[in-house]
Design a protein around this ligand. Structure first.
Ligand code: AMP
Length: 498
């Protein structure tokens, strides 16, 4: 690796935290934010960035952005309590990009191996999503970033770092690997962002985060975003940002209020399967949460067997398969995704209408974050927890801790009892199933496929079901990545770095 470059001077700010030792744990001394910004331009974002936002239909700051922008643009450390879907990615992304523009003007391009900003995130999916949100904006400013996560080949990540990037979006483990191998050095970091800090702590990333932040120059700006600010997050903030601006736009454990919450009680597993299938068969996009990886595959298979196309997403799949599953769901086919908690946070898929807790979450945080996949960006959403009679008390406790009063509790013995929650099954459509999803069998290739069952050319029941999302077929997923490990959200600690 090349010699460590001299640190560039931050062109804008002067206020910085006092020197600190890793062992010391100063008390957190939070300060009040300035008045919220009324517009992106008034907040002082560069004109090019305001224009790039406008081209993407983003004209007015969301509450979290309005609250953080004035202080974040002034280089202050930010401690923000914000739920997923609140617009927090731009909350940290916009001031970061604005500062990177200033660094470019002041100090030119970043040096090899020496990014100027890091964004740490808990999962690869969230890393990909943050990059999707920021890349077009960064490109419009001539900035370059790289995503550095486990489960993907090292080569392209090293190559990008070698060339020099303005910012890195990373899961902590892979970033440490690259730092240890001399492919990345943190001495030029001016802005460090911790996104979903509470989830990173839950996944066992507290120490890797500390290891990274201890290598980052103290003069730099830190921004920590988290749904909750207690426990390890509090101690992390106390060590690395002793006097931050505290921004809290949402109540700590309250769900987005446009969601409606329902509990459906079923007497046994057989009835539960039927109810989950009926919920999955509604007209909207549906995300079903289960506890285990095996459970995710099993539920998806059962739905497919009953004619409802469904994908599954969990940490036991390779990164390439996970990316494809998520991409397909985002593209609209299949309209049902069965996931473990790996998908519970930070992933933005537009228009998820229904979240189903098929296996009820074990705690209120998990309930809030799983449920937060719907009702994003101000939209409405329906959340249904399907509880066996024996699970009912635990579910009541979880919802109470989450501050949720379900608008409906219902005991059902029959799947049609829940149809009103998700709308009637999607109408039968005369379309063929997408080829990518249902490749031809040998019989079909040899022209011996079963004849259609109707003279008018309508498809069989199976085809009707599969074809219901024809208009939103995937346009082809990203290239498969090399096989690698994974970070399941269901695990207490990362299996491997990154
Ligand atoms: P996030 O919470 O960062 O995942 O953002 C949720 C969604 O809101 C993303 O699709 C963003 O592109 C969108 N979004 C963020 N800020 C704004 C805004 N100010 N106006 C409109 N959409 C926004």
């Amino acid at each position: 690796m090349s010699a460590r470059p001299k640190q560039s001077a931050r062109p804008k700010q002067s206020r910085k935290p006092q020197p600190r030792s890793p062992q010391a744990r100063p008390a957190l001394d939070v300060r009040e934010p300035q008045s919220p910004a009324t517009s992106f331009r008034q907040a002082g974002l560069p004109r090019a960035l305001v224009n790039a936002l406008s081209e993407r239909g983003i004209e007015t700051p969301f509450a979290i952005q309005a609250a953080t922008l004035p202080d974040a643009l002034a280089g202050e450390d930010i401690l923000a309590r914000a739920q997923t879907g609140s617009g927090k990615t731009l909350g940290f992304g916009l001031p970061m990009l604005a500062a990177l523009v200033a660094f470019r003007e002041h100090s030119g391009r970043p040096r090899r191996y020496s990014p100027r900003a890091i964004i740490l995130v808990p999962t690869r999916e969230l890393a990909a999503q943050v990059a999707r949100e920021l890349t077009p904006l960064a490109q419009s400013l001539g900035m370059h970033g790289v995503v550095v996560t486990g489960g993907a080949p090292y080569g392209p990540q090293r190559t990008a770092l070698h060339r020099g990037v303005d910012y890195v979006v990373a899961t902590p483990g892979r970033l440490i690997d690259l730092v240890d191998n001399g492919d990345c050095e943190l001495g030029s970091i001016e802005i460090s962002v911790l996104d979903e800090a509470d989830h990173m702590c839950e996944l066992g990333f507290l120490e890797p985060m500390q290891e990274i932040l201890r290598q980052v120059p103290e003069r730099g700006q830190r921004m920590l975003f988290s749904a909750t600010l207690d426990g390890d997050v509090d101690s992390l903030a106390a060590e690395f940002m002793p006097s931050p601006i505290l921004v809290a736009t949402d109540p700590e454990v309250s769900p987005i209020d446009t969601m409606t919450h329902h509990i459906v009680e079923v007497p046994d597993w057989r009835r539960k399967r039927a109810v989950v299938a009926a919920l999955a068969n509604g007209s909207g996009r549906t995300l079903i949460f289960v506890r285990s990886q095996i459970g995710a595959d099993r539920v998806a298979d059962e739905l497919k067997e009953s004619g409802i196309p469904a994908g599954s997403l969990h940490g036991g799949k390779t990164q390439a398969v996970r990316t494809r599953a998520l991409q397909s769901f985002m593209d609209g086919y299949p309209r049902v995704l069965v996931a473990t908690d790996v998908a519970a946070r930070g992933i933005h898929v537009d228009d998820i209408d229904v979240v189903v807790h098929s296996d009820p979450p074990s705690d209120h945080k998990s309930y809030v974050h799983r449920s937060g996949r719907t009702a994003r960006a101000g939209a409405g959403g329906t959340v249904v927890t399907v509880a066996l009679t024996k699970e009912r008390r635990g579910v009541d406790r979880v919802l109470k801790s989450a501050g949720v009063e379900p608008s409906m509790r219902r005991e059902v013995s029959d799947a049609p009892d829940v149809v009103d929650l998700v709308g009637p099954p999607t109408p039968v459509r005369a379309v063929r199933p997408p080829r990518e999803v249902h490749p031809k069998t040998n019989e079909q290739r040899q022209g011996r496929s079963k004849p259609r069952d109707r003279q008018d050319g309508r498809a069989t029941t199976h085809e009707h079901r599969d074809g219901r999302n024809k208009t939103r077929r995937p346009q082809g997923g990203p290239k498969p990545a090399r096989r690698g490990g994974s970070n399941s959200g269901t695990k207490a600690a990362p299996r491997s770095r990154g």
